[in-house]
Structure formats: structure tokens, C-alpha cells
Design a binder for this molecule. Structure first.
Ligand code: SAH
Length: 358
């Protein structure tokens, strides 16, 4: 018998479910808010009658995350979590502190199949999609551990969120719901490697989220070298999708651009980048490349970084240089999970459980 994942259900669906098992619809709201508060057992739901708790326990599940590892940056307090999912897979979540509060960066897949040349998350390929409730748990468990409300979410952890489109959209609606975490769509950002058809679909949902596009190169030759996804679609089609997104939603996209020595940091590329950004009125986020052990690419030199910025200035581009947080805690996506996998392969009997249970 299939076990029902109640935490992935929206209130209207929970109502239908309650009706289908002969219970009053108002129970749905109660159960939804317990789950959104992070209740781990039906027995914790004190305003639900015992017979209903037992009934729910027989056919439904509440998934949990187990904390495998937690690293807190001594530099800026950035916290990185490695969680174990119910099937033994692991994902990473990072919590960062900004002036406006806590922001959580969550994973949307176990592994990734996009194959970007600079990224640690993709090295072992894609294992599976995360469910909406697993993504929700990344927020709930991080919030519980922090002891403070999280008010911003970015989907910039492991995985390509738009490849797991339906689950990600459901997750957005769960966290946005007033009876749930009630996090405004404007406080949520999705980062994509540029799946153009999915960007077109997302534009039609007309959500007020921020769309971040990992551009990393303005020309097809360089972008295809760094990001295999570009070989199918090309920069021109991606820019078209960004324009369409802006027209439909009125929300400016942002371009993520990791500065890689001798690859994408020439003055010519700065001019090309400024022109693309101008066309879609995008904001550019320049990111110093995080070194990943397995990758041979290096961050741009200070001189190249500076002249790249100068050309952007001269061309009137709108950009910021992203502060690099958590440099001492493997905060670049995929690094912790990758280390765990290597430990597992090196010594299969070695227990990976270094942390305390959540
Ligand atoms: N698949 C999505 C989200 C995951 S990656 C995407 O491609 O956008 C989140 C961001 O981190 C992306 O902009 C990605 O390109 C960037 N990134 C990955 N590895 C990096 C590294 N080593 N240094 C700097 N940025 C990196």
C-alpha cells in the first residue's frame, strides 16, 4: 500500500483527503499548521482526536531529516547542514545571515545531471528529485536548529530546480501559504542553469519570485564549454526566454556569473555581458569562483576582476559583486555531500554519522 506524504499536500488537497476518509474538512487546517510547525509525529498534534491520529498513522507518513553534519563558519556564522533523507541519500542546506534576516539556500535534487564544469554537485550525476515535503523540511529543520524565523529562501543548492518543476512549484505554494510558513514570493529566488522551456512555463505562472539565471558566459563557445545545457539551446534562445519572463511577470531576472580565470573574464566578454544584461534589464551578480577540489578551474585574478568591473561600469551595467559567505565551511553547493560519498566509497563500513540527530 502506498504511504501518503501528507506534508507535500496543500490545504485544499488535505481537505479532500480528510473528506475521503470520512473526517470533517476543518481537520485539514489543523493538520496543515502542525506540519508547517514541524510536528514529527501524529501524536504531537494535540487538538486532533486520538482515533484520527491513529488512523493517519496507519496510512500516512511524516518525513523527517536526520542531521549528519553541521558546520558553522567562524568568519560570518554561515551554517551548512548535511541531512540524511529517509532513503539514506544526503542533501545540503546553507543558512546565511544578512541585514534583513536569515536566508536559507536549499537543494532541490539529490545530485544533478547538468554537468557544469565548475560545479561539485554534478560530479556523481543525478540520483533523484526531492519531494515538496523534503524541500520544506530543509527549511523547517534549519529554522528549528537556528531558533529563529527564516524569512528568505533561495533554491541555489544541489540540483536544477526547474528540472524538478512540479515539486518545486508545490513547495513554493506550501511555504507561501498563510497557514504555513507564510513566506512571501518576493522573498524567494530560484536559480536555473537555463532550461528555456521551463522558464517559459514559469513565466506563465506569474509568481512574484526572483529568477536567477546562471549565465557564466555571454558567448556560445565559452558557455557550451562550461555548461552542457547550452549546447542544445544557445545563449540567444536563453536571452529570449529571459525577455519573455520579464514581459510576463514584470520581475527583472538576475544573471549569475562566476569569474573564472582566463575562461570568461576578458574585457570583450564583459562588453558582451553588459549588452545582454541591457537587453533584458537584468541585474548581474559577479561571483568569485569557489575552488572545487575536483575541478581544474581557478578564480579570476584581482586585476582581471577589476578590469571586468571597469568595462561593466563603462557600459552602464547594473551589477554587484557577491560577498562570498562561508568560505571555511565548504559552502559551495555539493561539496559536503561529495565528501561524504567519497568517505563511503573509500570505506563502506565507515559510519558517516558524525553529527547529532535532529
Ligand atoms: N542548477 C541551478 C542551481 C544550483 S547552483 C543553477 O544552475 O543555477 C547555484 C549557483 O552556484 C549557480 O549560479 C551555479 O552556477 C553556482 N556555482 C556552482 N559551482 C560554483 C563554484 N564552484 N563557484 C561559484 N559558483 C558556483
Amino acid at each position: 500500500m502506498e504511504v501518503i506524504d501528507l506534508k507535500s499536500m496543500l490545504p485544499a488537497e488535505l481537505e479532500n483527503y480528510m473528506a475521503s476518509i470520512g473526517e470533517p474538512r476543518f481537520r485539514a487546517k489543523q493538520v496543515f499548521s502542525w506540519l508547517a510547525k514541524g510536528a514529527e509525529r501524529f501524536d504531537d498534534m494535540r487538538n486532533i482526536p486520538q482515533q484520527l491520529r491513529t488512523k493517519l498513522g496507519e496510512s500516512c507518513s511524516i518525513n523527517r531529516l536526520k542531521l549528519l553534519q553541521k558546520q558553522v563558519s567562524r568568519l560570518d556564522g554561515t551554517t551548512k547542514y548535511l541531512w540524511e533523507l529517509s532513503d539514506g541519500n544526503a542533501v545540503e542546506t546553507v543558512v546565511m545571515r544578512y541585514d534583513y534576516g536569515l536566508s536559507v539556500c536549499i537543494s532541490s535534487q539529490v545530485g544533478c545531471r547538468q554537468g557544469c564544469a565548475f560545479c561539485a554537485s554534478t560530479i556523481g550525476g543525478l540520483v533523484r528529485n526531492l519531494t515538496p515535503s523534503e524541500m520544506l523540511d530543509e527549511v523547517l529543520y534549519s529554522q528549528k536548529d537556528q531558533g529563529e524565523k527564516i524569512n528568505h529562501i533561495v533554491l541555489m543548492g544541489i540540483g536544477e530546480p526547474l528540472e524538478n518543476y512540479d515539486a518545486v512549484l508545490r513547495f513554493l505554494r506550501l511555504v507561501n501559504h498563510p497557514d504555513g510558513l507564510n513566506i512571501g514570493m518576493r522573498h524567494i529566488a530560484i536559480s536555473t542553469c537555463g532550461l528555456t522551456e521551463k522558464i517559459d512555463m514559469l513565466a506563465l505562472e506569474d509568481l512574484q519570485i526572483t529568477l536567477a539565471v546562471s549565465l557564466h558566459a555571454p558567448d556560445d563557445e565559452t558557455r557550451s564549454r562550461l555548461m552542457p545545457v547550452n549546447r542544445e539551446t544557445g545563449v540567444a534562445r536563453l536571452i529570449e526566454a529571459c525577455e519573455h519572463y520579464y514581459e510576463k511577470t514584470g520581475r527583472r531576472v538576475s544573471f549569475e556569473y562566476a569569474m573564472i580565470d582566463g575562461v570568461n573574464d576578458s574585457e570583450r566578454q564583459a562588453r558582451q555581458l553588459a549588452a545582454l544584461a541591457h537587453r533584458v534589464r537584468a541585474h548581474i551578480n559577479l561571483i568569485p569562483l569557489n575552488h572545487v577540489e575536483e575541478r581544474s578551474l581557478s578564480p579570476s585574478t584581482k586585476e582581471n576582476f577589476r578590469s571586468f568591473c571597469r568595462v561593466l561600469d563603462e557600459n552602464g551595467a547594473n551589477y554587484t559583486v557577491r560577498r562570498s559567505l562561508g568560505g571555511d565551511v565548504d559552502a559551495s553547493c555539493g561539496q559536503l555531500r561529495r565528501k561524504r560519498e567519497q568517505n563511503l566509497t573509500r570505506d563502506p563500513l565507515n559510519t558517516p554519522h558524525k553529527g547529532v540527530n535532529a
